[in-house]
Design a protein around this ligand. Structure first.
Ligand code: NAP
Length: 519
């Protein structure tokens, strides 16, 4: 598939983020939790790759903050090693790195120590002066969520949060996921955060929204005229959202065993995907224009009742099995997991959006760890033609029309449809039209964190969750988990690692006369 680039006019200056061109003002990025995995695997790589692409301002600095003692030099050395291992672009460009490293600092201190925050404030003032970063600060909280409230409070007490009315400088705070453990904790966290920050200064990150293909859902739907008229329950039979992972939860058991797959994946990534797929076209691409429409979908999501969870939900946990020729242990055999843990590592749901557009079209959701392979995909299956004109023909291998949006590991879109197989007989076969990001554009996609950090620098919150989105998503999740807790008749289904999930999930779809797309 070839492509031509079409410059879309920017009708609304607030579209600049989605449109893709923007000016980033001078600023300093302060990462709390800078000694952690996320910084090493993703954040420093995102900053470096933005620098390679010339997207950072000339006046820019990074401060890593953590509890561990280390010098600026030691921190810089560790960040360089992290880049050599994890950056999407290899080898690392020494000249770009040198420029970045000149303004890379480390600040040691506890997250509950007022003194340390006062020292950080003084240090930032000095950096602002030396690097010309204009007192614009993006604080990125890459710490465990338990410390989010105290960091936000101490930033405020140390005078590091500028009022929104101050046009000469800005403060923004990125909160990593998860934002809360349930509705109550999310609301409590929100209250604390709102006591020191305005909503416009709060950036709740969900890195799925930074993925190119996820953003492309909006472009595909709304930048083209051909599918949107069909994008409703009149033409769509069902939508399947699959997030399958072959990895287990090694190394994250203490977090995961408290959370499980629903809190870890469905509350955030899955509901973000679902709202983008199902929302009404916004009238502008401004942050609130898009988020207003996503919120309406969340409001229309039908809450589960006790009877529904037995028919429309399956929760499962993996046992030992084989993946890629290697034997892997079952979930309960992992260090840090109790032998009798009932934490689900798999979930299958039938969800309904009770609005005019989607009434009658089920959204099937399937998320699991230790499955056959890694795959994130949305499949929209269209209804059959009203008359089976070719029903008498020697039909073989035909299936429904399916539009597939591939999110990872391969990024692209495909359309499956019936075609006449060559020959004198009327013989139909199913064929596919494929678009691959990598081959069509010939460049690798930026990582989600690059996009989102750049958006936060530019003050574009479109791809970050707003307070009401978080609130409504937890309401729906709490309802589901509450039904499971109150009904012992919803068993924890078992599946072997390296398979497509529990048999009960396949049965759930079969009862509806449908099947999961094969992984
Ligand atoms: N890793 C990922 O790929 C990923 C993906 C999505 C979301 N996240 C989210 O991003 C955040 C950071 O993830 P991560 O994997 O980098 O976490 P991490 O490695 O466990 O922790 C980050 C840093 O926070 C500090 N820390 C750890 N436990 C602490 C505690 N109890 N109190 C105060 N500070 C503590 C440590 O730094 P010091 O000891 O130097 O203070 C640690 O290096 C989390 O909220 C996580 O849920 C991570």
């Amino acid at each position: 598939m070839t492509h031509s680039t079409v410059e879309q006019p920017v009708a609304n200056p607030l579209m600049a983020g989605l449109e893709g061109s923007r000016d980033v003002p001078p600023c300093t990025l302060v990462i709390f939790g800078a000694t952690g995995d996320l910084t090493k695997h993703k954040l420093i790589g995102a900053v470096y790759n933005l620098a390679v692409d010339g997207l950072l301002p000339d006046h820019f600095a990074v401060v890593g903050a953590g509890r561990r003692e280390k010098s600026d030099e030691q921190f810089a050395k560790e960040m360089r090693e992290a880049l050599d291992e994890h950056s999407r672009r290899q080898p690392v460009d020494d000249s770009v790195w040198k420029r970045l490293a000149q303004n890379l600092h480390y600040h040691q201190g506890d997250y509950d120590d007022k003194e340390s925050f006062a020292k950080l404030r003084d240090r930032l003032e000095k950096i602002d002066e030396e690097a010309g970063t204009h007192s614009n600060h993006l604080f990125y909280l890459a710490t465990p969520p338990s410390v989010f409230p105290q960091v936000a409070k101490l930033l405020s007490e140390a005078g590091m949060i500028s009022p929104v009315s101050d046009d000469s400088r800005w403060t923004r705070v990125v909160f990593e996921k998860p934002f809360g453990h349930d509705l109550e904790s999310a609301q409590k966290l929100d209250e604390t955060v709102h006591s020191v920050l305005d909503e416009s200064q709060i950036y709740r990150i969900d890195h799925y929204l930074g993925k190119e293909t996820v953003q492309n859902i909006m472009v595909f739907r709304l930048g083209n005229g051909f599918f949107e008229p069909l994008w409703n329950s009149r033409y769509v039979d069902n939508v399947q959202i699959t997030v399958a992972e072959s990895v287990g939860v090694e190394g994250r058991t203490s977090y995961y065993d408290q959370s499980g797959v629903v809190r870890d994946m469905v509350q955030s990534h899955i509901l973000q995907l679902l709202t983008l797929l199902a929302m009404e076209p916004p009238s502008t691409l401004s942050a609130d224009g898009v988020r207003d429409e996503k919120v309406k979908v969340l409001r229309a999501l039908r809450p589960y009742e006790t009877d529904d969870v037995r028919r429309w939900t399956v929760r499962g946990q993996y046992d030992a099995g084989w993946i890629g020729g290697a034997q892997v242990p079952g979930y309960c055999e992992l260090d840090g997991v109790e032998d009798n843990s009932t934490t689900p590592t798999y979930v299958a749901l039938r969800a309904h959006i009770d609005n005019w557009r989607w009434a009658g079209t089920p959204f099937y959701i399937r998320v699991g760890k230790r499955m056959t392979r890694r795959l994130t995909e949305v499949a929209i299956t269209f209804k059959a033609p009203p008359l089976a004109l070719f029903g008498h023909a020697g039909v073989s291998h035909t299936g429904p029309n399916v539009l597939g949006i591939k999110i990872q590991p391969d990024e692209g879109i495909y359309l499956a449809f019936s075609a006449k197989a060559p020959g004198m007989k009327m013989h139909l076969d199913s064929v596919r039209m494929d678009f691959h990001y990598a081959t069509s554009f010939g460049v690798s996609s930026p990582e989600a964190y690059e996009r989102l950090i750049l958006d936060a620098f530019s003050g574009d919150a479109t791809l970050f969750a707003r307070t009401d989105e978080v609130d409504l998503s937890w309401r729906w999740i709490d309802q589901l988990l509450g039904c499971w807790d109150s009904d012992v008749r919803v068993p924890l289904a078992r599946y072997a690692a390296g398979t497509e999930g529990p048999a009960e999930a396949a049965q759930m779809l079969r009862r509806d006369g449908r099947e999961w797309r094969s992984l």
